[in-house]
Ligand binder design. Structure first.
Ligand code: DON
Length: 586
């Protein structure tokens, strides 16, 4: 009998029985009472937001509301996503951006087709393999993080422009205007901003960041203050007037180049003018009867998401339950093998050959799964990158949108770290990214997410740094079913994997899946990260098995939506304040 039905049926029988004895008309009425086939199970602990005519889910309520308003004005999901992305640059300055990069996955309902837009940053033409090493070939602390040399050529404006000009319905000005207004009129400085501006040291070391994001004397705004970003408003207005070229050529480009030349950045006018988005074939897989469409390199996310799901399909059994040590053990062993492969094989496919077909091959997953034995841990130093077939030796944020026509957008974009490099380009109100740190500065030396890698992700001019961002759309019977993605650096892939397993295997509703505690393992370091919500009995069992367990406050921030019976169900991750799914009802 399905969940909660037993109770209901018992109550129902009692009502009918009592009615028959007491009052016949009431009995007939009561006998008609049944749980309808609705979208919710009333007794679930967490509930998704429900919408009938479109929805936007993002890490900031104001930005989600902007997207929803765009849908109400007749815009489609692409317009809504682009407007949300521009608004996040104002309302979530630590991750929303014009000067970073990302990935977008689209489902176009009319054409019944999906496509990926790679708007990831590239290394400047003047970049070189050893640019972050000193004369002893050791990485120079901070060089790839808090300097302008850490900046890749930004892709965000080109990505949003490409999506909008090819697939949007409203005008470019219409989708930028709300962001410009928010920046010019100001928003309430919230507690999330207060906390994050306070703890990011790099920001206050940059005089322009002090001027733009702080009160005179580089003093913090207080929660409740009105926070205006006039330079950013002017930048947005300029881009609204001049389109893509408004960022990559002209006044703003000149401001970026002037600061690069003054402060040791490598990005040139040619780098900006030549930046191009790329459309690459999606990574595709299947899991438990669903089709998975996800991001190809330079994201490592899609390849390893499919690889992990393939392994899980082999190892999953009916007796697995969410939160159990057995499940977490299997998942941790799966993660280690996938992240080991990532360290060797993944890089930008314009520069290196990546065995994507081999890594996502079901037979290869079966071979890897055979090395996982229930109850036995394989220490990370005993796991090495495997041999997938077909290989010749050799603060990020996510938003999802859907419209009433069924178009779906799933996009993750980033400045890399919270507030990127912390350096604001004078006069523009824009923080520069530090995404060059996603490259391997030196083989075997972990980057700021603890990820190790080698040749495949070495720095080269115009190469995309490897990413973990994993915007994903799941299909059921050929139609979009679930769109999701998250920030979290190296923890992105494992978080998206768990979201998919929770919904597609454990049949959780989207809000339950989003709320469920998560774990993470990335092979190196050999540590199992466990969210504090995981029950202590399971943690004790995992420790007894030999895992080095570290507690994490939170892993990821998934902004997801699901399509079911003509409605959209949305879930914003409670792990970040102010995240919200905003529904459009008619
Ligand atoms: O592309 C990547 O994999 C990283 N730059 C993502 C950074 C990130 O998720 C930071 N957010 N928590």
């Amino acid at each position: 009998m399905p969940k909660y039905r037993a109770n209901f049926v018992y109550t129902h029988i009692c009502i009918i029985f009592s009615c028959a004895l007491i009052l016949l008309p009431g009995c007939l009425y009561a006998a008609d009472l049944q749980e309808p086939d609705g979208l919710i199970n009333y007794y679930d602990r967490f509930h998704p937001t429900i919408a009938r005519a479109g929805m936007v889910v993002s890490q900031n309520e104001i930005a989600s509301e902007v997207g929803a308003q765009i849908l109400k004005q007749g815009g489609n999901a692409i317009d809504a996503a682009v407007a949300t992305a521009f608004s996040l640059a104002v309302t979530l300055p630590r991750a929303g951006n014009l000067t970073g990069g990302g990935f977008m996955l689209l489902y176009l309902a009319e054409e019944d087709t999906s496509l990926t837009i790679n708007y990831r940053e590239v290394a400047p033409a003047a970049a070189s393999e050893n640019m972050f090493l000193d004369k002893n070939s050791e990485p120079v602390a901070d060089l790839s993080l808090h300097t302008l040399a850490a900046a890749g050529v930004p892709g965000t404006v080109a990505g949003l422009f490409y999506a909008h000009s090819n697939y949007g319905k409203l005008s470019w000005k219409q989708v930028i205007k709300p962001a410009e207004k928010l920046a010019r009129q100001g928003i309430v400085f919230n507690d999330d901003m207060y906390r994050n501006f306070a703890i990011t040291e790099g920001l206050r070391q940059n005089p322009e960041s002090c001027r733009v994001y702080f009160k005179p004397g580089c003093n913090l705004y207080r929660p409740g203050d009105i926070f205006k970003q006039t330079d950013l408003a002017n930048t947005l207005a300029y881009i609204a007037r001049h389109g893509r070229d408004g960022f990559y050529k002209g006044k703003i480009a000149k401001q970026i180049i002037a600061e690069m030349e003054k402060s040791g950045g490598l990005i040139s006018a040619e780098d900006l003018a030549n930046y191009q988005v790329e459309i690459r074939p999606a990574i595709r897989g299947t899991f438990n009867g669903y089709d998975i469409v996800t991001m190809p390199p330079p994201s490592s996310g899609g390849v390893h998401l499919v690889q992990m799901l393939n392994m899980f399909e082999v190892l999953a059994s009916k007796d697995l339950s969410p939160g159990s040590a057995k499940l977490m053990h299997i998942q941790a062993e799966i993660f280690k093998r996938a992240y080991a492969d990532r360290s060797k094989y993944l890089g930008d496919t314009d520069f290196v050959k990546v065995p994507t077909a081999g890594l996502t091959d079901k037979k290869y997953a079966r071979e890897l799964a055979k090395t996982i034995k229930a109850g036995a841990i394989t220490p990370s130093d005993k796991i090495h990158p495997g041999k997938p077939p077909g290989y010749e030796s050799p603060d990020t944020t996510h938003f999802s949108a859907v419209d009433k026509a069924g178009n779906v957008v799933s996009s993750t974009y980033t400045l890399n770290h919270s507030f990127g490099s912390g350096i604001t380009i004078p006069g523009t109100g824009m923080l520069m990214n530090n995404t060059m740190d996603d490259f391997v500065a030196k083989a075997g030396v972990p980057n700021s997410y603890g990820l190790v890698g080698g040749k495949a992700n070495a720095i080269a001019p115009l190469k995309h740094p490897l990413s973990s961002m994993t915007p994903t759309i799941v299909f059921k019977n050929g139609k979009p079913f679930l769109a999701t993605g998250t920030p979290g650096g190296s923890k992105i892939i494992s978080a998206v994997f768990q979201q998919l397993v929770n919904v597609l295997f454990f049949d959780m509703n989207l809000a339950e899946a989003t709320n469920a505690p998560r774990i993470h393992h990335q092979w190196q370091p050999d540590v199992l990260y466990v969210e504090e919500g995981v029950n202590t009995d399971s943690i004790a069992l995992l420790k007894n098995m030999g895992y080095k367990v570290e507690l994490s406050k939170s892993l990821g921030s998934l902004q997801s939506l699901m399509l079911k019976d003509g409605a959209a169900l949305g879930a914003a991750d409670p792990r970040r304040p102010h995240a919200k799914a905003v529904a459009v009802d008619h």
